[in-house]
Each structure stands twice: as C-alpha cells, then as structure tokens.
Design a protein around this ligand. Structure first.
Ligand SMILES: Cc1cc2nc3c(=O)[nH]c(=O)nc-3n(C[C@H](O)[C@H](O)[C@H](O)COP(=O)(O)OP(=O)(O)OC[C@H]3O[C@@H](n4cnc5c(N)ncnc54)[C@H](O)[C@@H]3O)c2cc1C
Length: 355
C-alpha cells in the first residue's frame, strides 16, 4: 500500500517505521523540521510514569516500562538509566506507605524490564551527598530508576534509519488539508494520493481535521508544560511535590546543568508555545524550596515549553490520561494523545490494526 504520514515528531516517525516493516511504500510530510516540536521539548524521560499509578493506569505504566527498555537498548549514547530520589516529608501529601506501595507496584509492572529495583535510602548518607538539600521535616527517602534520553537526537537517529530503509521524508512541507479518500493537499498546492493517510500531528491533529471538514469523536485538551535550565550540575533525578500542592515536578541532570519541570497551563493551538514569566517563577520557587544553594533568576540559562495533546477526560490536567486513541475517518487514521516513551508501541498497534 501507499502510506502518507503527516507529522515528523516521534509518533509520526514510529508509525513510518512500523509501516515500512510491513512492506508498505511510505512518504512523510513535516511542516517544519523533523523532531522540532513537542517531541523535542519533553522532560526527556523514558519512564513508566510513577504518578500515573495514582490514577490506576496500570496498562499504560506496564507498556511504558517495557518501551523504556526498548529505547534504552536502542542507543546507549542517547539514553541512560537514571536514579531518582523521592523524599518524604512530614508535610508531604503522600504518606510513606503510599509511596512504598507505588514503588513496589512499579517494580512488579516492570517485571523483566526492570532497570534497578527501588530501595529505602539512609538520610545521613544522602545529606553528605546533598548537603544543600532541604532536610527539615524529612522523614523518609526512597530511590528508584527510570530512563533519560536526548529526545530530539534519538528521533533524528530513527529518521536516518527510515531514510536508509527507503522512507521518503519531506520537511518544510505543510499540509493544508486531508480528504477522506486519502488525498493530501500541501500548502504549495501539490496533491498526493495515498491508500491510507496517518494524521500524526500531535497537538495539531484535531485542528488539521477541522481544516479538512472531517468530524471527529475525540477531542484534545492542549496543556502547556514548561521547563527551566539552571546552571548547576546534578547527578541524580528528583521527583518532588510542589510546595503546598498535590502535583509533582522533576529536577533532573541535563548536560552538566539542571532541568526543572514542568507546569500545566491550558492554551489554544494559536498561542505561542513558550514559558510565561509566571511559569518560570513558579518552577524557580519550587526548586528553591528544596535546593538551598543560592540559585536565583540570573542562574536560569534556558527555558522551553511543549504542548501536551491530552485526551479530554478530566478537569485536572495532572489527572488526565496519557493514553492514546486512534480514530478512523474514511482512509484517514488520526493519532490523538500518547507519550514519547510509548511511541514505538503506538506505531506497532496502528500498523497492526489499519495497515
Ligand atoms: C512538557 C512536556 C513534557 C513531556 N515529557 C515527556 C517525557 O518525559 N516522557 C514521555 O514519554 N513523554 C513526554 N511528553 C509527551 C511527549 O513529548 C508527546 O506525547 C510526544 O512528543 C508527541 O509526539 P507527536 O509526534 O505526536 O507530536 P509532535 O512532536 O508535536 O509532532 C507533530 C509534528 O506534526 C507537525 N505538523 C503539525 N501540523 C502539520 C501540518 N499541517 N503539516 C505537516 N506537519 C504538521 C509538527 O510540526 C510536528 O513536528 C511530554 C510532553 C510535554 C508537552
């Protein structure tokens, strides 16, 4: 079959990869450059998502933990296992027993794909390693493992493999419209006919269907997530509660610096995708609460944001599912939602069901 793919993020590339494996002729159109939108602006974690266990998303967590291992095995240069600390304070919203249950479940769901099981850490030993970390009211400390990646370059590596396998990739080729018979209209006026078209445009998936006058049953909530980069080195990851809130945030090593994220701000598809001054202050304040190392706004050396294409399912974006939905309209198949970590599995599922 002739397959046309719209969108050159990680999901589009993984769909292309699985379609090629089935022997199809694959052409991919990307509006700008490959891997330059959501897929390059993530928290850069290959993770099961410990916090999704709070919403009983066992299927998603199990799949993600398996896929985490797939990517870790794929490139030892662009991925690595990362040890995380999870401190519990007397004031934490989640008591120690709840965290312990979550970590046991995480290890069980990982099964043979485990990186390294969780364990309880000694606070004294930790204090020696991180003397500037906030220890007042610290009552317990756990550690567990997940994966970290160079999201952009890992995707670009996959794109090189696809080109070598015969996939035709066109960058700077915005698609203006899709017809349900499988026609792709480029903004340049060119028309391309395919047997099946896969709309994998991430946060833009619903908008592209709307421009094409195709009705959809699935709707997306677009939630901006921002990160800041601080000029301090760090050698472990931290998962921490935002002071006074239920939500958690990450503090991560990042090319000799520290990455702090993320936020949850509703926005429309037409607004610029960049961190607001309030989000930067929010992330800095959360970091400063835990890291008493004198960091101020002048130590922020970078920031970025991405738009989460979340399925409309919950009023609170923190609790909205990171699952994905595939919807078929004539010869058009649209991908809604998903995580970076599960992109290969998404591509495989889509190819097995529709291609
Ligand atoms: C702040 C944040 C943190 C995250 N952290 C993680 C994490 O740590 N781990 C994890 O597993 N997941 C994470 N995610 C989720 C993950 O990043 C996304 O689910 C994933 O990157 C979505 O990939 P995609 O290919 O669907 O979308 P995108 O990467 O956005 O790709 C869609 C592509 O379609 C193109 N496009 C759009 N419209 C058109 C058009 N009309 N014509 C041609 N091309 C078009 C765009 O230019 C874009 O390149 C995070 C997401 C966010 C926002």
């Amino acid at each position: 079959m002739k397959i046309g793919i719209v969108g050159g993020g990680i999901n589009g590339l993984c769909v292309a990869s699985e379609a090629l494996k089935k022997g199809h002729e694959v052409t991919l159109f990307e509006r700008g450059s490959l891997m330059s939108e959501t897929s390059a602006n993530s928290s850069k974690l290959l993770h099961g998502g410990l916090r999704y266990l709070e919403h009983a998303e066992f299927r998603l967590v199990r799949e993600s933990l398996k896929e985490r291992k797939y990517w870790l095995n794929k490139s030892s240069e662009l991925t690595r296992p990362l040890r995380f600390y999870l401190p519990i304070y007397k004031t934490s919203r989640r008591p120690a027993w709840m965290v312990r249950v979550g970590l046991y479940l995480y290890d069980i769901l990982a099964g043979k794909h485990t990186i390294q099981k969780h364990c309880k850490e000694g606070i004294d030993q930790f204090s020696k390693q991180y003397p500037q970390f906030n220890k007042s009211n610290l009552s317990a400390l756990y550690s567990y493992s997940d994966g970290q990646m160079d999201d952009k370059n890992l995707g670009l590596m996959l794109a090189d493999e696809l080109r070598a396998e015969g996939c035709r990739i066109f960058e700077n080729s915005p698609v203006s419209r899709l017809d349900i018979d499988g026609t792709i209209h480029l903004e340049s006026g060119e028309l391309h006919q395919f047997d099946k078209v896969i709309n994998v445009t991430g946060p833009w998936a619903e908008a592209l269907l709307q421009h094409s006058d195709i009705k959809t049953e699935t709707h997306l909530d677009l939630i901006r997530g921002s990160h800041i980069i601080i000029n301090r080195p760090l050698d472990s990851g931290f998962i921490l509660e935002v002071p006074g809130e239920e939500r958690v945030f990450f503090v991560l090593p990042h090319h000799g610096k520290t990455l702090v994220g993320t936020t949850e701000v509703h926005q429309s598809i037409d607004e610029p995708i960049k961190p607001s001054s309030e989000e930067i202050s929010y992330l800095l304040a959360a970091y400063q609460y835990y890291f008493k190392n004198g960091v101020t706004r002048v130590d922020i050396v970078g920031n970025y944001a991405g738009l989460r294409p979340l399925l409309i399912s919950h009023k609170n974006p923190n609790k909205a599912s990171r699952e994905y939905v595939l919807e078929k309209n004539g010869e058009i198949i649209t991908v809604f939602g998903g995580k970076w970590t599960t992109s290969r599995a998404l591509g495989e599922k889509l190819a097995n069901k529709y291609l």
